[in-house]
Design a protein around this ligand. Structure first.
Ligand code: ADP
Length: 438
């Protein structure tokens, strides 16, 4: 850079020197300097024009050559061009790598533009969604024509997925997700979940079949055990009575395990039942009355507070099972000195809310997020010998999701727990007067 400026200053020096000598000879220094400056300016104009013509011509061919400061400028342009070429090559290579990688992806990947037109897709999209090169620029909604898919495309959220059959083969099940990126582009990812769904069905069929098959022999076994247990002093010998009692307890536990597994399988894979108006206040009154006199309740009082008389749109059997699970847990994990409060209320937003609150031992914080997992049980001090299946809260969670509701759990060690079912206003039906005929 310094060399270029030095050379430029040298040229100016020569122009001035020549102008001085010529001015001396011609005895007109002003005119000689004027001519020198003009020539110097002309020199720069020629170079500026050369650069302009080269740039207008699309910067093709060699960079023009020059002297002085122009030599430096041309050299910098040449360096910039070389760097840009290298970057372009790098970008093309990366793009090729990206295309090869996405082509190898087993999931269909489609890039959608602002109006859901197809900008790009990989090979799996041809196989799973039946897209062809000629579909580029077409609206995806015109090619994948399922109402569920159209709805999802309109209101998709990052984490939401929709399951649709493949337009190529109805037997192929696709899980579709639409993820926004950049300014207004979206990425559609469709995963073939046929095998996964099949395995899930096999698993739940297996659980349902095993549970169903176990149910009958268990009922018979339990019946005999109870007969033996209640058979008086002679039958069986008194030394065996404790054993038989334990066996009765265990067969009872197995039976509730089988029943719960069957309910869970039905809730997971069965079709949703048609919704009807469920009079929740009446259901809760019945449930709390039963809980207060239940054999399993060692005198923990259950108090019902009805702050609202609203009903729900849903399935009575499922709601009864969920609420009964929450109330029986509250009793089971509390001491006789504790109290259980069941409250039915309506929030300002219109949502209906059931709180089942106890003053029991509470649940350690780290267990709370996992309580609704199947077979997840917590050993709580002071609550030994509480038999359970670990399926109760999993059932509650499924019933809630079938009713578009949320299950919230709050608990503090030593102070108690609160299980809240929050039903959206769309499920709430204005309450009927008490005592209305059913
Ligand atoms: P379980 O058949 O063991 O009661 P659940 O799924 O109903 O199965 O409950 C899972 C675990 O959550 C229980 O093992 C218990 O430790 C804990 N739990 C549930 N409800 C309460 C409650 N009201 N108070 C304390 N712990 C509870």
């Amino acid at each position: 850079m310094f060399r270029a400026w030095a050379s430029e200053l040298f040229t100016i020096f020569w122009v001035v020197l020549v102008a001085v000598i010529a001015g001396r000879i011609a005895e007109d220094f002003g005119f000689a300097l004027w001519v020198g400056t003009l020539l110097y300016l002309l020199h720069h104009l020629v170079h500026a024009n050369r650069l302009y013509v080269w740039m207008r011509g699309g910067r093709s061919g060699r960079v023009p050559a020059g002297t002085g400061i122009w030599e430096e400028i041309y050299y910098l342009i040449h360096k910039l061009r070389r760097r840009n070429k290298r970057r372009k090559k790098q970008l093309i290579r990366m793009l090729e790598q990206f295309r090869t990688a996405t082509s190898a992806l087993p999931d269909a990947t489609v890039v959608l533009g602002a109006r859901d037109e197809i900008d790009w897709f990989n090979e799996s999209a041809c196989r799973l969604l039946g897209l062809r090169k000629s579909d580029l620029g077409q609206n995806i909604g015109n090619l994948v024509r399922y109402p569920k898919f159209a709805e999802h495309l309109k209101n998709s959220r990052d984490s939401a997925t929709v399951c649709i059959p493949s337009p190529v083969d109805e037997a192929i099940q696709l899980e579709v997700r639409v993820v926004p990126y950049g300014e207004d582009s979206r990425l559609l990812i469709a995963q073939d979940v046929t095998q996964l769904r099949f395995m899930e069905r096999v698993r739940s069929d297996f659980v349902a079949n095993v549970s169903h098959e176990l149910r009958t022999p268990l009922t018979v076994l339990k019946g005999y055990m109870e007969t033996l247990n209640e058979g008086g002093q002679d039958l069986p010998p008194s030394a065996y009575r404790k054993m038989v009692q334990r066996m009765v307890e265990q067969t009872g536990r197995m039976q509730s395990l089988v029943d719960n597994l069957l309910s869970l399988t039905r809730l997971e894979s069965g079709p949703p039942k048609p919704a009807a108006v469920v009079r929740v206040p009446a259901l809760l009154e019945r449930l709390c009355k039963e809980a207060n006199v239940a054999e399993a309740n060692e005198h923990t009082p259950v108090r019902l507070i009805l702050d609202s008389q609203v009903s729900l749109l849903g399935n009575e059997i499922d709601l009864h099972s969920a609420f009964a699970n929450l109330v029986s847990n509250a009793i089971k994990y509390s001491r006789p000195s504790d109290t259980v409060t069941v409250r039915w209320s309506q929030e300002e937003s219109g949502a209906a809310r059931l709180d089942v609150e106890d003053t029991g031992p509470g649940i350690p914080k780290e267990h709370i997020p996992r309580l609704t997992e199947r077979f997840y049980r917590v050993e709580i001090e002071g609550c030994r010998n509480k038999s359970g299946t670990g399926l109760g809260l999993a059932i509650v969670k499924h019933v809630m999701s079938r009713h578009d509701a949320e299950l919230l759990i709050a608990s503090e060690l030593g102070r108690g727990s609160r299980f809240t079912c929050l039903f959206p206003s769309s499920r709430v039906v204005p309450g009927a007067d008490r005592g209305d005929p059913e």
